[in-house]
Ligand binder design. Structure first.
Ligand code: AMP
Length: 327
């Protein structure tokens, strides 16, 4: 929103009642459309309001986490980017298909709990922000973790879980912007996450962890750290982004438009193993509201991801390219 404001747009924020007082503090929020619950983010009343204001909806993680994808696809308000690709983000099987088609190295998916023969990470579908993930190394540890989630009402059955090989290395999240107007990919930043409990475990010696009964841990995101990559990795970063854009064009027309993030682990040999993508702006880009080391290589002005989106809309308005960046 700050980026949109910097590029001269007016802004409307859709948010829950209890968050209103928080967002009122920021001058770049011109108007607030209040909702009672996250599930009604895009109610017909909300859509009418946005239409009246000639708004363009900028999708982010919460929209995918809390809204029904069928509903998002049927929205009659213009959405920045390709709304059809959001389903491919939310469904882990489609997600895997797109990443494989792009030729990205991915962790081995594990079809059934009976096939778990090494350390695996067990995930929920959708943009859950690491919530409810757990590690399993055999059927028993899978069932124990699943039972915990069933008891907490986080899942309805074991079928709601997705099992994937655990990859050893350091997590790296790559922030890209693909301009459908210039047909060009921009690499605008990277981050890593700060996650409970996993990042806190190192503060408790392993012997004590066992003593107090810690056996599994969650990956709930608390924040993000900035990251600058070893320069020799950059060539690969660009080619991965380009391969992803190429595959998205073929599988989900009109393809990947605007911001996206490839999320994975870099191993000891410097190989990227991609376990996720986000087909829209991600929270990690909030680190770079004043631009990033990478955006400074392209832009003289501080260029956040939000501002880059707004700039693309502005460029499209000037060049009658709007149809190429909205769905
Ligand atoms: P995600 O919500 O998928 O981005 O994952 C949350 C966290 O889980 C990541 O930041 C990683 O620390 C971890 N993670 C996810 N998938 C894997 C994997 N296949 N191997 C190792 N760590 C993973």
């Amino acid at each position: 929103m700050k980026g949109a404001k910097d590029e001269g747009f007016k802004t409307v924020l859709i948010c829950k009642k209890e968050r209103k007082s928080l967002y009122r503090r920021f001058k770049f929020v011109d108007e607030i459309f209040e909702i009672e619950q996250n599930s009604e983010t895009i109610s017909s009343e909300c859509q009418e309001y946005l239409k009246e204001k000639s708004c363009i909806l900028i999708p982010h993680g919460s929209l995918i986490a809390y809204s029904d994808i069928d509903y998002i696809e049927q929205l009659s308000i213009p959405i920045f980017g390709n709304k059809w690709i959001l389903r491919w983000e939310a469904d882990r099987n489609l997600k895997q298909e797109l990443m494989s088609s792009a030729g990205l190295t991915t962790p081995q998916p594990v079809k059934s709990k009976h096939d778990i023969d090494r350390l695996c990470i067990v995930k929920l579908h959708g943009a859950a922000g690491g919530r409810g993930y757990f590690l399993a190394w055999n059927r028993e540890t899978f069932e124990k973790g699943a039972l915990d989630l069933l008891k907490q009402d986080v899942i309805k059955s074991e079928d709601d879980l997705y099992i994937q090989e655990y990859v050893r290395g350091v997590p790296v999240y790559l922030h890209y912007f693909y301009s459908a107007i210039n047909n060009e990919i921009e690499f605008l930043g990277a981050d890593r996450r700060y996650e409970t409990d996993i990042d806190g475990l190192g503060r408790i010696p392993a012997s004590h962890q066992l003593g107090i009964g810690i056996q599994t841990s969650s990956y709930n995101v608390i924040g993000n750290f900035p990251l600058v990559l070893r320069e020799s990795l950059l060539g690969k970063v660009f080619s991965m982004g380009e391969d992803f854009v190429r595959a998205a064009k073929q599988l989900v027309p009109p393809g990947m438009i605007g911001p996206f993030c490839l999320e994975g682990v870099c191993d000891a040999l410097g190989n990227f193993v991609t376990f996720e993508f986000s087909a829209r702006i991600v929270a990690g880009t909030n680190l770079y509201i004043m631009g990033s080391p990478y955006s400074s290589l392209i832009y003289d002005d501080p260029m956040s991801m939000g501002r880059r989106i707004a700039l693309e809309i502005k460029n499209a308005q000037n060049n009658a390219d709007m149809k190429n960046i909205l769905t």
